[in-house]
Design a protein around this ligand. Structure first.
Ligand code: BGC
Length: 462
């Protein structure tokens, strides 16, 4: 008996020493790093991004509209302090001025999303004036020499689609596909870069595991199934759009958020284990799907899913990488949320709250590069209301990206999130991600001081 106990302790220690010393958490000595004079390839481009529901205003016909005024099972509001998106930044009416603000930054690209619920308010009924609005926005951008990038799905569904089960049902993908095929030819002469779906893992984890996004369900099994359906939707949209007349001349890709998970206690095997599971569900599903067309999740009592498709592998022209956060996970005894997020004491925390860890961005770029497709940083940014960390954040994250580029990774462009403060989903208007601060009473936009780090880098790279 004693022998077995001693042997178990030795095996545990060997595994832990191996994990601790051969899998160190990457940390750079920032005091020794020179972040000036970063060089970028001549074709590298800079942009900024928004999403319809977060900025446009009057998105009154989607699942978020209903969600924002509903209550959870305890009668508490879904959105912090009962906030609703409402008229948001009134970008719908102020897009002309906003395009000039984009121009003032010295950047060349703008990523926006089409609000499906405005364009197809009822199943198979299309709203011509909404379509014309987006055509006008695109023309306005092109006239100002800003390259438009369109996202087809950024978290919101029309109410009619949500009511028939949204992406919970694989057969519903057809409705989204139909919408995409309808709108693509209306823009594809001018819009040459398309994002199919924004962050399948965030949509599914937040809406079906954490229950913080609509429809507020809490089922790990459903969460992985929804994630799979969104990935399948991406493949179908990609293939259909590629077969349309402008398809071959357009770049069409999936946008995926990569989060870093590290054990809070590096000596604790259970912390390593929760990192393994969360990493596999959050990052692994989409990465193996894009690389091999396969998903294999098998965690008894949690979630199981096996999927394979011969045409899904590499069905994307680029990998749209969104990067925000680094999580230190600590195992906890709970049959549902079996971990908690902890913050190492020396890390700088942003408002969201995520830590500033640019090394994680570098790691994410390296992970994304394994797919073998060009990478576009479709989102990266900081929530910083007092604007005392934005400058440092921008410098460090762009340094990390630059390092990956110098080491040979094909990163083609970078979009800062976000152009201006906006409706940050469950957090309402409290999270200030904007390069421009928005006064929501007057709709006045003011460039933040910290944003100058971005402008300097953009200008310096020309
Ligand atoms: C989403 C954005 C969001 C941002 C900041 C991303 O996951 O695509 O819509 O505002 O994160 O939280």
């Amino acid at each position: 008996m004693l022998n077995i106990i001693i042997l178990s302790i030795i095996i545990y220690l060997l595994i832990i020493f191996h994990l601790m010393f051969w899998n160190r958490e990457l940390r750079w000595d920032w005091k020794k790093i020179n972040m000036s004079n970063m060089k970028f390839p001549p074709s590298f481009y800079w942009g900024t991004a928004t999403a319809s529901h977060q900025v446009e205003g009057n998105c009154n016909n989607n699942n978020w509209y209903n969600w924002e005024s509903s209550k959870d099972e305890n009668g508490s509001p879904r959105i912090k302090d009962n906030q609703v998106a409402g008229i948001a930044c009134d970008h719908w009416n102020r897009h002309k001025e906003d395009v000039l603000l984009i121009k003032d930054l010295g950047i060349s690209h703008y990523r926006l999303s089409l609000e499906w619920s405005k364009i197809e308010p009822q199943k198979n009924e299309y709203n011509q004036s909404a379509i014309e609005h987006y055509i006008e926005v695109v023309e306005c951008l092109v006239n100002e020499n800003i390259t438009p990038v369109i996202t087809l799905h950024h978290f919101t569904n029309p109410i009619w689609f949500e009511e028939i089960g949204g992406f919970e049902k694989e057969e519903n993908i057809e409705h989204f596909l139909f919408f995409c095929k309808k709108v693509f030819p209306l823009f594809s002469d001018k819009v040459k870069m398309w994002c199919t779906i924004n962050e399948p893992e965030v949509y599914s984890v937040m809406g079906y595991f954490a229950g913080i996004f609509p429809p507020g369900k809490k089922s790990p099994q459903l969460a992985v199934e929804v994630q799979k359906n969104l990935l399948v939707a991406h493949t179908k949209v990609y293939q259909e759009l590629k077969s349309l007349p402008d398809g071959p001349s357009c770049q069409i890709g999936l946008v995926k958020n990569i989060m870093q998970f590290d054990p809070y206690r590096r000596w604790h095997l259970l912390d390593w284990l929760v990192c393994h599971v969360t990493n596999k569900v959050y990052n692994g599903i989409a990465l193996t799907y894009l690389k091999k067309g396969k998903i294999n999740i098998n965690y008894p009592f949690f979630a199981k899913l096996k999927y394979s498709s011969s045409n899904a592998a590499l069905a994307t022209d680029f990998f749209g990488l969104n990067y925000y956060s680094h999580n230190h996970l600590k195992f906890k005894f709970d049959s549902y949320e079996f971990f908690e997020n902890k913050y190492p004491k020396n890390d700088i925390i942003t408002d969201m709250p995520y830590t500033i860890y640019a090394e994680g961005f570098y790691r994410a770029i390296k992970q994304a590069s394994k797919i073998g497709k060009p990478i576009i940083i479709t989102e990266n940014g900081i929530a910083d209301a007092v604007d005392d960390r934005r400058f440092l954040y921008i410098q460090r994250y762009i340094y990390a990206m630059n390092k990956a580029i110098k080491e040979g990774v094909d990163v083609q462009g970078y979009f800062y999130w976000s152009l201006m403060d906006n409706f940050e989903w469950a957090e309402g208007y409290d999270m200030k991600f904007g390069l421009y601060e928005v006064n929501f009473k007057t709709q006045e936009r003011t460039l933040r001081n910290g944003s100058k780090a971005f402008i300097d880098i953009v200008n310096g790279s020309k």
